[in-house]
Structure formats: structure tokens, C-alpha cells
Design a protein around this ligand. Sequence first.
Ligand code: ADP
Ligand code: MG
Length: 254
Amino acid sequence: MAEPIIEVENLEKRYGNFEAIRGLSFTIYQGEIFGLLGPNGAGKSTTLEIIETLREKTSGTVQVCGYDLDANTAAIKKLIGVQLQSSGYYPGLNLTQLLNLFAGLYNTTVDPMEILAMVNLEEKAKAKVKELSGGQRQRFSIATTLVNRPKVIFLDEPTTGLDPQARRSLWELIRTIRAAGTTVVITTHYMDEAEYLCDRIAIMDQGKLIALDTPDTLIDQLLEKGFERKKDVKAATLEDVFISLTGHGLESDH
Ligand code: ADP
Ligand code: MG
């Protein structure tokens, strides 16, 4: 097995009297695409934001790349890639200028065209964020996580609200980023996405971990309990129909 890159132990987070995270422990390994799943309110975003150093925890320990979250916040910030809220994009700047600005915040320089090529947005180098489609905006948002050449990036519901082609385009991008050696931690409500992308999945509910394994093993465990689907599944889905009818590939116009 690869080296651990994130180790969370007994994490707890209270908002006032409300316990949002209740004794969460898990390990993420280098090179994984790790999925954090769970219903709305389960505590996924809280967990990610604590690891990202954006939110205070109540108790427990978190280590990122061997650094303790409490003792080495600054070191961790340099090693991780975080998606900015879209309000963080200065509206007057184009994509090239924004990437240069973000690189500056990390005290580094980047080749904006190289990063834009990776996310298939070279043609939009001089465009503003507001001129991008939903899928393009998400790809740009992922591009901004890469400017400091992070060891691990965090993507909180990156495909929510995107059309099927744009989602698939993002899946390929996430795989490319992992292939280049970056660990990816992602949350999603799309189970097909989790099954396709994730090496391992943690399922949370009400601030607790209720399952953690590969998608394959989780499915096998359910089948071993005697689970059967109520209805016979057709060999294609409505999504297959949609992709087949509108599937002009995964180009940058999504
Ligand atoms: P998820 O991302 O899984 O939907 P969150 O981490 O956003 O869940 O939220 C977990 C729980 O914590 C929810 O019940 C939410 O209402 C609560 N919560 C999140 N942020 C705050 C906050 N700043 N103040 C109070 N409660 C919060
Ligand atoms: Mg959330």
C-alpha cells in the first residue's frame, strides 16, 4: 500500500451545541481518488474544510503529508490545492491574469497556457469567468487548485449541476490530475461518478463514518446480505440515450 497522505483521528466538530462531526477517523493514501459520500448535512464539507485549514476543529488530530494540522498549518497550506468560492474571482481579470494572480499568492510562477491546456481551456485564455459555461467554470476552478503544484487537491461537489457530457469531461480531468501524481479528495452525490472515479469511498451519515472501502467491495458486501434489485435493469440507461443523442464528445464547449 502507498504512504498515508491524510490521517484523521477522532475528529469532532461542534457548532454551538450541535455535533456536526462525531469521532471521525480515516486514512487517505498517496495517489488515491478518495470519495466522501453522504446525505446533505452529513458533515462532508465541514470535514474537508477542517483538513484544508479553513475551519477550526473542536477536537481530534489531523495530519497532512506528515504535518500536524495544529502545529504546521502554514506547511500544509503550501502542499494542498483548494477550490476558491467563485466570489474570489476578480471579475475584471481574464483566466490568464487570474492564474498569474493565484500563483503570486503562493509566491510562485506558472505558465498559464500550460495549466489551461490541461483543463482544455486554452481558447478561453483571454475570457472572463462570467463568460464561461458551467462545465468550463468548474474546469477553471480545478485549474486554480493546481497553481501551487499541490500533493493533494480537495473538490467539494465539483460536478453538481453539470450536464452529462460536462461531468464526463470533468471525470477525465480528475483522472489526468491523479495520473500526474496528485491525490484527489472529492465529494459527490452521484453514485455512478463515485463508482467510476473513486478507488475508495467513505460514507458518512450524521457526522459519523458508516462505511469505508472500494466501491466493488461495498457492492459485494450488500449482495452478500441477500440484496436484490426490485426491477430488472435494462442494458442502457436514459443517460446513455442522452449521451448518444447529444454526444458530440467531451470538447471544451461544455
Ligand atoms: P455536508 O457537506 O455533508 O452537506 P456540512 O458539513 O455542510 O454537511 O454540514 C454538516 C452539519 O453542520 C449540517 O447539519 C449543517 O447544518 C451544520 N453546519 C455547517 N456549517 C455550520 C455553521 N457554520 N454553523 C452551524 N452549523 C453548521
Ligand atoms: Mg457540503
